[in-house]
Design a protein around this ligand. Structure first.
Ligand SMILES: [Zn+2]
Length: 377
């Protein structure tokens, strides 16, 4: 009997200790992360709720708040985020209570790390990540994307080459040297791209509140080293573009990151929004740069489908100016080799799949189906 009493008392004390722990910062952080994880799973099953309450609701309020605060900073919020993280950990270590023995110390720091990760995980969803579960844009636009057969893919490449060539002639006449000079570019590239993206969104009845930034990030190659030309950083609520890109890549990459910033998670969709908002731009440089990026995706897919056919019947006939531009882009990219490309591919592929994008990395190329469907519509 005495033993049983002791057992009950022990359980009660343990419950009390756990309850106190839940009430502590670590407990709250773990609850926040866990509850947000459960909500995101539920969100995947109810895209309409996410569309109404998050993407067109709460996220729009956030957008306005961020863009009128940290969006006005004279430097990328990406740096601010890492500065805050560093300052937090310095403070944490400095103010950490003394622990008796190494076991307590290890347990303490593991819990601190877990709590921090849970907060970052939860914030990621509240600040942007729930957008992965919104209603598919193709459905909202009434598009019916279907995979292209080989004939349609080659058709697409021929068509795009023709338009691209005529745009280039419009820009430079008969000059076929690479388009690197800044004279061709609009003076306010970021604003020009944002106007195009928001116009497209509003025309298709998507909200476009705030003023999403797409800032150049230095040092050059800081993102390219990880295989990314750009990045939407939810914790800074802004798009970042690697300053090491060739200037011809700026406009489409900025538009892609802005599309993320206006509430879209899907990579193929962001490529599509970048294309749709720029392919008929009144500024021929923007139109050319937009279509050149798309052209490279189509060409890569044709090459993958039939390398021999590409090399013998297509490659020798690529107009000289386009070839020079592609070469200039590739030369520029070669300056910033990627670290561990296969690891990066696997990690990002797994990440996209965990967000409900079953195609994983192939998601980027879905832009071809969407463009085709738009044209047919
Ligand atoms: Zn992206």
């Amino acid at each position: 009997m005495k033993n049983r009493m002791f057992g009950l008392r022990d359980v009660a004390l343990r419950c009390l200790a756990t309850w106190r722990y839940i009430g502590s910062g670590v407990g709250i952080a773990l609850l926040f992360g866990g509850a947000t994880g459960v909500l995101s799973r539920i969100g995947h099953m109810h895209p309409l709720w996410i569309e109404q309450w998050y993407s067109r609701g709460f996220f729009q309020i956030l957008r306005i708040a961020w863009d009128n605060s940290i969006g006005r900073l004279p430097f990328p919020a990406f740096y601010l985020f890492w500065g805050v993280v560093l300052a937090y950990w310095v403070w944490r270590v400095w103010r950490s209570p003394a622990q008796r023995g190494w076991l307590h110390r290890v347990r303490y720091w593991i819990l601190q790390l877990l709590a921090f990760s849970a907060v970052i995980f939860g914030l990621f969803y509240w600040m942007w990540g729930f957008n992965y579960s919104r209603l598919p844009i193709a459905r909202q636009l009434g598009l019916q994307p279907v995979p292209l057969d080989t004939a349609a893919l080659w058709d697409e490449l021929r068509l795009e080459t023709k338009v691209l060539d005529s745009l280039r002639v419009q820009l430079t006449g008969s000059d076929t040297t690479a388009l690197t000079a800044s004279a061709y570019r609009p003076a306010h590239m970021e604003d020009t791209v944002r106007v195009a993206v928001t116009r497209w969104l509003l025309r298709h009845h998507f909200p476009a509140n705030g003023r999403v930034r797409a800032r150049l990030l230095t040092p050059q190659g800081v993102l390219l080293a990880f295989g990314a030309s750009g990045l939407y950083w939810p914790f800074g609520a802004e798009g970042n573009v690697d300053a090491g890109l060739h200037p011809l890549q700026y406009a489409p990459v900025m538009a892609h990151e802005m599309a993320h910033g206006y509430g879209f998670g899907d990579e193929g969709i962001c490529n599509f929004i970048a294309y749709a908002s720029g392919y008929q731009h009144p500024n021929p440089y923007i139109a050319y740069a937009t279509r050149l990026t798309y052209w490279r995706t189509v060409a890569a897919n044709c090459r993958k489908a039939d390398r021999n056919r590409y090399n013998t019947t297509f490659r020798p006939f690529i107009p000289a100016g386009i070839r020079q531009d592609v070469r200039a882009i590739e030369t520029q990219m070669d300056q910033f080799p990627e670290l561990l490309p296969s690891v990066r591919y696997q990690v990002y592929d797994t990440y996209l799949k965990s967000q409900g994008i079953n195609a994983g990395m192939l998601n980027y190329s879905e832009v071809i189906m969407l463009v085709r469907a738009m044209r047919q519509q």
